[in-house]
Design a protein around this ligand. Structure first.
Ligand code: GAL
Length: 632
């Protein structure tokens, strides 16, 4: 994003003959750009204090949760991070800028010299085989200081003392939290960049020092995404420096805003894709939708984060186990972080059994990190398919509605052959069944059924790229002007109610690269030929693919029949470790699909480049890498 904008500016400054500014075409990089720094090779798992306690958190509650993780066997299943969210701080000491802990609620943090320290707290967690997480904000002030004004645990003192966020103190705070206090995980919120406008009532009434918003919660155009990215990148660099052992997780929390879809995967371990989850069905749908079609943007080291689990409350409490299981299943299918946020000191067995579903944890934690793709899509029911590292499939059939429904599962959805038996194992009931070609499955209201699948793969000697989103990094998705994603379920905003004129999520994502469909959710189609498998992306894009020992890349390519721009000619090129290995002539809308293949044996990074000439104000060109696959 940064460099595109700079180019645009440069072309304006040097006064190009044409009044139309142009964007750079991407070039093959030869090196993997997806974030791999940090300890999030698989999605982080653990516990977070926020949904359970908000700012009414204290040491007993957190240690109680930690003990329960161990005693209930959840830690053994992978729930190791114990994350302290908003509410822990007292103030920033002005003599030296050091953050001081609210010892009233964290008595063990008291030190004789008044410095306060979480070292004892993190030592205890580490002694239990757990890891420790802390919360901060990338601006001056935190979210509770705007949204939990009634809280007894807000930072205290002068305006400066109440500036508890990272701004101006990035390396000081990170060294304190990691080197001195021994934390392993940092969640970095962004209210400090969004809610403290200098002339706002909040700032005036509470005597804060304002900060001109860099995130406008109501306007992507008025959000300075480049600046927000820069701030998070600065934190990432400090975290790297403070953690030479690489044992840290960087959880970015700017709620899907500031076009984080585009840059999050190169900066942190995970990024929130939406606003906060609340314990109701509609909110769960909203948060799920915000991540469900972003599979190509996640992978080992960098994950879509649709927010903490809300299992145990409201529509997901012990009286709504169908909904609670659905919530858990969807998060596991999406390779999302799994953070329990419930008072675990008194959890009923029915809920423990949900968080403790070892089969679904295995699905979430699969090392290939292939987020499920949406193989069948509707507002009523969806079929999600996830390819595991050993290439077997897991399928979830999700009933979004309050009525029972029937869903036909086809071998085609699974990319399995329809002429051989397909065995299903239900990952909740553990019951087995078999079908050939097609089967009908009944779903109760709000139910998700999830199965491990064994069958004969359509592509016996390889993988379709749409089966391995975790091995793909969308280095450039060709989106020039970020557009809001219109496909996210829009709930009645729990904060604004119906006063706002309509719920308008600010998540840029429309037009991003997609598995088995175009960026605008159409079937892949070139010159009237449709493709069940493939990658849909815009022109002037660069996709990076990790080659896990395959010998050949093949695809059938062209401008997609659904393209808004029908004039530009697109050249498709394949690079292996930075070297050009195949290229098509320029192809236009309406041209016949064209086969492209390349020998890639021995090469680690394959790059797929689709380029065209360009101009400002151009319509996007939709291109299709049909049947794109790696074969032996
Ligand atoms: C929100 C964030 C929540 C929680 C809260 C704390 O911005 O999305 O997950 O951390 O702040 O105040």
């Amino acid at each position: 994003m940064k460099f595109k904008t700079q180019l645009l500016l440069a072309s304006i400054l040097i006064g190009l003959a044409s009044p139309l500014a142009t964007f750079a075409q991407p070039v093959a990089k030869g090196v993997w750009l997806g974030n791999e720094a940090g300890a999030a090779k698989t999605p982080p798992m653990g516990w977070n204090s926020w949904n359970a306690f908000r700012t009414e958190v204290d040491e007993d509650k957190v240690m109680g949760a930690a003990q329960a993780l161990v005693d209930d066997g959840l830690a053994k299943l992978g729930y190791t991070y114990v994350n302290l969210d908003d509410g822990w701080w007292l103030k920033r000491r002005q003599s030296d800028g050091r953050m001081i802990i609210r010892t009233q609620i964290f008595p063990s943090a008291t030190t004789p010299d008044g410095n306060t320290s979480f070292r004892g707290f993190t030592d205890r967690l580490h002694g239990m085989g757990l890891k420790a997480g802390l919360y901060t904000d990338v601006g001056h002030n935190a979210c509770s200081q705007a949204f939990d004004l009634h809280s007894p645990n807000l930072p205290e003192g002068t305006a400066e003392e109440r500036q508890v966020g990272l701004d101006g103190h990035v390396s000081q705070d990170i060294n304190l939290y990691f080197s001195e206090w021994g934390f392993d995980y940092l969640k970095v919120d962004a209210c400090g960049l969004a809610d403290y406008a200098p002339d706002s009532k909040l700032v005036k009434d509470n005597g804060y020092i304002g900060l001109k918003p860099e995130i406008d919660r109501a306007s992507l155009n008025r959000t300075d995404s480049v600046k927000v990215e820069k701030r998070y990148a600065e934190v990432a660099a400090a975290l790297k420096q403070a953690n030479p052992d690489n044992d840290y997780v960087f959880s970015m929390c700017n709620w899907g805003m500031a076009n984080v879809r585009e840059w999050g995967k190169e900066v942190g371990s995970s990024w929130r894709t939406s606003s906060d989850i609340t314990p109701n069905w509609s909110s769960m749908l909203h948060n799920y939708d915000s991540a469900a079609k972003r599979a190509l943007y996640a992978g080992p080291g960098h994950w879509n984060d649709p927010d903490i689990l809300y299992i145990g409350a409201g529509d997901f409490d012990a009286d709504h186990l169908t909904e609670a299981r659905t919530h858990f299943t969807l998060w596991a299918m999406m390779s999302s972080p799994l953070l329990i946020s419930y008072d675990l000191r008194q959890a009923p067995k029915s809920l423990l059994d949900i968080w403790g579903n070892a089969d679904l944890i295995t699905v979430d934690q699969d090392p290939a990190g292939n987020q499920a793709i949406v193989a069948y899509d509707s507002d009523d029911a969806q079929i999600l398919v996830k390819t595991m590292a050993d290439h077997h499939k897991v399928v979830a059939l999700f009933n979004r509605t309050a009525s029972p429904t029937k869903v036909s599962l086809l071998a085609r959805h699974l990319k399995l052959r329809g002429d051989a038996p397909i065995a299903l194992t239900d990952l909740w009931s553990k019951a087995g069944s078999t079908f050939t070609a097609e089967t009908e499955i009944e779903l109760a209201p709000h139910e998700t059924r999830v199965f491990s699948v064994e069958g004969v793969r359509e592509l016996a000697d390889g993988v379709y790229l749409s089966e391995i989103p975790g091995a793909i990094n969308v280095a450039d998705d060709g989106v020039r002007e970020p557009q809001l994603d219109p496909t996210v379920h829009r709930m009645i905003d729990p904060w604004a109610s119906t006063r706002s004129g309509g719920s308008r999520p600010q998540y840029a994502g429309w037009g991003g690269a997609q598995a088995d469909m175009t960026p605008y959710a159409q079937a892949l189609q070139i010159g009237d030929h449709t493709y069940d498998s493939g990658i849909g992306v815009l022109g002037n894009s660069l996709l990076q693919v990790k080659n896990d020992g395959y010998g050949t890349f093949r695809a059938t390519v062209g401008v997609d029949d659904s393209t808004p721009d029908r004039d530009r000619a697109v050249t498709f090129a394949v690079y292996a470790d930075g070297k050009l290995v195949a290229k098509t002539p320029p192809l236009k809308f309406g041209d016949a699909p064209r086969d492209i293949s390349a020998v890639i044996a021995g090469h680690k990074i394959i790059e797929l480049l689709a380029t065209h000439d360009n101009a400002a104000n151009e319509q996007p060109v939709v291109v299709t890498w049909g049947m794109a696959r790696l074969q032996k």
